[in-house]
Write a protein that binds this ligand. Structure first.
Ligand code: URP
Ligand code: ZN
Ligand code: ZN
Length: 461
């Protein structure tokens, strides 16, 4: 099968030029001006950007959490991702207490097998790492699961202690793997939460008020200090605030290999969402919580000056009806997480490129190229180059759309961005040469996505 994309403006993290692309089967075969070649399918990209498929390295499809499961499974979630121009997700498998690491992974293979419309990889959340299990980290790295998430939060559920973090970092980095850190001081947070509940503070806003930015900053500081002692790189997930960013900036200035992602909810929402009437605030109960508005410009600065390298979504949707409502009388029972996988590219384009905060190249870098580099997928993914997978998004930089739960494809009954108008719309998406979205309509097939055996961690720059 040969496909030609004609007349587009190709933008990668470093390039910006007009050319045609010939795709042969799954990969980019030729890039050139006015290609004089035959093809089975021709796509006209005139007036549009042709960019590498988005890579969202932080999703939770079908995740059991808070007494329920996230409402997107691998089928609905990857269709929604594709609609928004994301062609690869890296989801989080979970090891529960007493499980071998490969046993945990097998469960996520069962959930995802034959269901995804785009390619996918796994990180593994480790919750139980006695010394005798540490070698299993190395086995998984050989199998293409090259990153692991550890929690400093949720004592009794996900939290692992600092000694375990140190040993996991040492072990993973010896093999070229990477530890991703949920950095919040969960022990202190738990004490604050208990006090709030005892005082009868049970509504959704107390989720935010019991998770101070200092708890996140302390977690980030400690994660970096432990990584430094372990002589290992560390990747901070879902960084939400200036206090935490300052820790990352300080460490990077000192030459410590720390990398961090933020998410659209921290760039575009502020803590006034918790003042919405009734139980509405539950829609924004996610961890870390949505922060005060002043943090947003600091996060953008972090993206501009490369202290933050990635925008991921932490897509972990729960329906407002029946799922978020589990916490109607007690905010600690609201399942933590929110939807986002579908709108990351448009939100970041609209809020970043259209406003002049970041360049087009930087946009591609933070939504695609850097996740590919950091998580061992580059240059197969994350760029448009001869030999790369033909994961390509044809993006209209001028078209506008209004985000709404009425029109989105995520399996969730609300949007955090209901009614928000954005400029920059994904029109057509190819995943390894196959059209998954054609002029905004799903044209893929669940099961066409492949599991990605990822390579080792690579420093983005
Ligand atoms: O609230 C969140 N973020 N839910 C997903 C789990 C996590 O910590 O990433
Ligand atoms: Zn987390
Ligand atoms: Zn998450």
């Amino acid at each position: 099968m040969r496909t030609i994309i004609r007349n587009g403006r190709i933008v990668t993290a470093v390039d910006d030029y007009n050319a045609d692309i010939l795709i042969e089967d799954e990969t980019v075969a030729v890039i050139g001006r006015s290609l004089d070649m035959e093809a089975d399918k021709v796509i006209d990209a005139k007036g549009r950007l042709v960019i590498p498929g988005g890579i969202d390295p932080h999703t939770h499809m079908d995740l059991p959490f808070g007494g329920t499961s996230s409402s997107d499974n691998f089928e609905t979630g990857t269709i929604a991702a594709a609609h928004g121009g994301t062609t690869t997700i890296i989801d989080f498998a979970v090891q529960y207490k007493g499980q071998a690491l490969n046993e945990a992974l097998d469960e996520w293979f069962r959930k995802s097998e034959g269901r995804t419309s785009i390619d996918y990889g796994f990180h593994l959340i480790c919750t139980d790492l006695p010394d005798e299990r540490l070698p299993e980290i190395k086995t998984l790295i050989d199998q293409g699961v090259t990153s692991f998430k550890l929690f400093m939060a949720y004592p009794g559920v996900f939290l692992v202690d600092d000694g375990v973090i140190y040993k996991a970092m040492t072990t993973a980095s010896e093999k070229g793997g990477l530890i991703c850190m949920h950095a919040e001081n969960g022990v202190v947070i738990d004490a604050i939460v208990k006090r709030a509940l005892a005082e009868g503070k049970t509504s959704p806003k107390y989720h935010a008020l019991t998770r101070p930015t200092k708890a996140e900053a302390e977690g980030v500081h400690r994660a970096i200090a432990i990584a430094d002692m372990a002589n290992a790189p560390v990747y901070i997930v879902h960084l939400s605030c200036d206090d935490a960013l300052q820790e990352v900036t300080r460490a990077r200035d000192a030459g410590i290999p720390v990398y961090a992602e933020t998410c659209p909810q921290y760039l575009f929402l502020d803590d006034t969402v918790y003042e919405k009437p009734g139980f509405e605030g539950a829609k924004y109960v996610m961890t870390p919580p949505i922060r005060g508005k002043h943090n947003q410009e600091k996060l953008w600065r972090g993206l501009q000056f490369n202290d933050l390298q990635v925008v991921a979504t932490d897509h972990c949707p729960f329906c407002f009806k029946e799922q978020k409502e589990l916490g109607k009388d007690d905010f600690t029972k609201i399942p933590n997480g929110g939807p986002g996988v579908e709108h990351r590219m448009s939100l970041v384009y609209n809020g970043g490129v259209a406003t002049g905060k970041i360049s087009l190249n930087r946009f591609v870098e933070i939504v695609s190229t850097n996740p590919a580099r950091i998580f061992g997928l580059f240059p197969r993914k994350g760029t448009i180059a001869v030999g790369s997978d033909a994961d390509i998004v044809i993006f209209d930089p001028d078209e506008e759309m209004t985000i709404s739960a009425k029109t989105h494809h995520m399996n969730v009954d609300y949007s955090c961005y209901e009614g928000v108008r954005v400029r920059g719309v994904t029109k057509t998406v190819l995943s390894r040469g196959k059209v998954v979205i054609e002029e905004g309509k799903y044209a893929g097939k669940p099961g066409n996505g492949k599991f990605l055996k990822r390579g080792l961690f690579n420093s983005p720059r």
